[in-house]
Design a binder for this molecule. Structure first.
Ligand SMILES: *Cc1c(COP(=O)(O)O)cnc(C)c1O
Length: 448
C-alpha cells in the first residue's frame, strides 16, 4: 500500500472542506461567463509541470465553479433542476474514490446488487412483476433510446415485411424521443392531445389503426409521457397501455421527471396503468434527490433487453455467465456505478423520507399555484398536476420575459428562464427541491 504524501493529505482535507461547505450553506446561484473572460482570468491550466493540487483546486473553486449555475439552489426552478440529498452527495465522493466497475457482475457484484435493490424499489412502486429489472444509465435520453431499440427488435421478430418503423407519441413528448428516432432512423407519429394536454388511448388507437390500414409502415412502440417536461402533464397511461396491448405493441413510459412521484400517495393514482409498461424510465437526478447523472431504465422482461444490448467479443466471453451484468441492458459497456449515490441515500434515509420530501415539493407547487392565482398581474396556465407551475404575465411580450429572467439571475434572486406554450411565452417553476420554501416562491413573485 502506498502512503499519502503530505500534499495529498492536505488536498484531501481541502476537498472535503469545500464539498461540505458547498453542502452546508445555501449554494450561491452564480452564472455563466464567456470563455474569453475565463481565459483572461485563469489562462491555460494545462501546463508541462502541472499547477499542483492546491493551485488547481483554487482555480476551480475560486473561478471555474463560480461560472457554473448551482442546479441545487432552492430558487433555481429552471428546466428540471436537481436537489441531491446530503447523503447522496456525500456517497458520490465514495463512488468517485473507489474505482468501482459497474459493467459486470463479475467485477462489481456488491455495487450492482445495491443498485438493483434501488431499482427494485422503483419496480415495486410501479407495480411491475418482481422479475422486472433494469440498469442506471447516464440520462433519460440514453434510457429512452435503449428501451426503444429493444422495442423495435421485438417488432422486427413479429413483422418481417414492415416498411418504415414508427413511434407513436404526443407532440408534448420530450425532445429525446425525436433524438432516438433520428438515431434509429425511424419515424414519429405525433398524436394530438386532449384539451388538458393529455395523450389519450382512443386517439392513439385511431391514429395507429389508420396508419396500419393505409401504409405498410408499423408502429413498434407507444410512448407515454408522465409527466411532460414543460407542464408536468401525465398522459392517460391506462388507456395508452390498452391501445398498445390490444395491438401487440410495446408500451414505453417516459417518466424521466414525473415517475419520481410514484412514491407520493397523493398523486399515485394518476400513474395507474404504469404497471402495464414494457419499459419505463425515471431520472433520480431530477426529482429523486440524487446527483448527476442517473436514469433508472426498467424492463418488464429484461431477457429481451439482454438479447438486444449484450455485446459479444472474444475478450468479453468470460462475462457470458448467468449473472446480472448491467452492461447487457442498455447502450453501454464500461459504466460508473452511478446508481450508488441514490441507493445509499435510500438505504440510509429510508423510503418514508422520500415520500415526505416528494409530498413537500408537491405541496409547495400547489401553494405556489394559489399565490399565482391571487397575483393581480399573473394568469395561471393550468392547475399543476405534479410540481410544475406555469403562468403568464399580463401585458408582456416574449422579450419582456427574457429581460425579467436575465435580471433575476443577475441579481442572484433566482434562475427561471422563460419557456413557451402554444407559441405564448410563459414563466415556469419546476419545483423538485424540498429546500424550496413558499417564501422563495413569494420572493420571485414579488418581482412580477
Ligand atoms: C429530462 C427528460 C428527458 C431526458 O432526460 P436526460 O436525463 O436529460 O437525458 C426525457 N424525458 C423527459 C420527460 C424529461 O423530462
Amino acid at each position: 500500500m502506498h502512503e499519502f504524501t503530505p500534499e495529498v493529505e492536505a488536498l484531501a482535507a481541502e476537498i472535503l472542506r469545500y464539498s461540505l461547505e458547498r453542502l452546508k450553506d445555501d449554494p450561491p446561484l452564480d452564472g455563466p461567463r464567456s470563455a474569453e473572460d475565463l481565459f483572461n482570468e485563469v489562462g491555460n491550466t494545462i501546463t508541462a509541470k502541472g499547477l499542483g493540487g492546491h493551485e488547481a483546486l483554487e482555480v476551480f473553486t475560486n473561478v471555474l465553479a463560480k461560472a457554473c449555475i448551482s442546479t441545487d439552489h432552492p430558487r433555481n426552478l429552471a428546466f428540471i433542476p436537481s436537489a441531491p440529498s446530503e447523503y447522496a452527495n456525500l456517497f458520490d465522493l465514495v463512488v468517485g474514490a473507489s474505482a468501482l466497475y459497474g459493467g459486470s457482475w463479475q467485477e462489481g457484484a456488491g455495487a450492482v446488487f445495491a443498485e438493483n435493490q434501488a431499482i427494485q424499489w422503483l419496480i415495486d412502486l410501479a407495480g411491475l412483476p418482481t422479475t422486472a429489472g433494469g440498469v442506471f444509465v447516464q440520462g433519460g435520453t440514453i434510457g429512452n433510446l435503449s428501451a426503444l431499440v429493444v422495442a423495435r427488435a421485438e417488432a422486427r421478430k413479429k413483422h418481417t415485411s414492415a416498411g418504415r418503423w414508427v413511434i407513436a407519441c404526443s407532440a408534448e413528448a420530450h425532445s429525446s424521443i425525436a433524438s432516438a428516432a433520428n438515431v434509429m432512423d425511424v419515424d414519429i407519429l405525433k398524436v394530438p392531445v386532449d384539451s388538458k394536454g393529455k395523450l389519450q388511448g382512443a386517439a392513439v388507437a385511431e391514429a395507429i389503426d389508420h396508419l396500419h390500414a393505409t401504409t405498410n409502415n408499423r408502429v413498434f412502440a407507444v410512448v407515454a409521457t408522465s409527466g411532460t417536461t414543460n407542464l408536468g402533464i401525465i398522459d392517460d397511461l391506462k388507456g395508452l397501455s390498452k391501445a398498445a396491448k390490444d395491438r401487440d405493441i410495446w408500451f414505453h413510459v417516459d417518466g424521466a421527471y414525473g415517475l419520481a412521484a410514484l412514491c407520493a400517495p397523493s398523486v399515485r393514482s394518476d400513474f395507474d396503468g404504469i404497471e402495464k409498461a414494457d419499459s419505463f424510465i425515471v431520472d433520480p437526478h431530477k426529482w429523486l434527490f440524487a446527483p448527476y447523472d442517473a436514469c433508472a431504465l426498467v424492463y418488464r422482461d429484461p431477457a429481451l433487453a439482454k438479447e438486444t444490448h449484450s455485446q459479444h467479443a472474444s475478450y468479453l466471453d468470460t462475462l457470458k455467465d448467468d449473472q446480472w451484468s448491467p452492461s447487457d441492458y442498455a447502450i453501454n459497456l464500461t459504466r460508473r456505478t452511478r446508481g450508488l449515490p441514490f441507493w445509499f441515500s435510500l438505504a440510509a434515509n429510508g423510503t418514508d423520507a422520500y415520500t415526505e420530501a416528494m409530498e413537500q415539493t408537491l405541496t409547495v407547487a400547489k401553494e405556489a399555484a394559489e399565490l399565482v392565482r391571487k397575483h393581480p398581474n399573473l394568469d395561471l396556465l393550468c392547475e399543476p398536476e405534479l410540481s410544475i407551475v406555469a403562468f403568464t404575465r399580463k401585458g408582456w411580450a416574449a422579450a419582456d420575459y427574457q429581460k425579467w429572467s436575465d435580471q433575476l439571475l443577475e441579481d442572484q434572486v433566482g434562475f427561471i428562464p422563460p419557456s413557451s406554450h402554444n407559441g405564448q411565452a410563459i414563466v415556469r417553476f419546476a419545483i423538485v427541491n424540498p429546500w424550496t420554501k413558499i417564501t422563495d416562491i413569494q420572493m420571485i413573485l414579488d418581482r412580477l
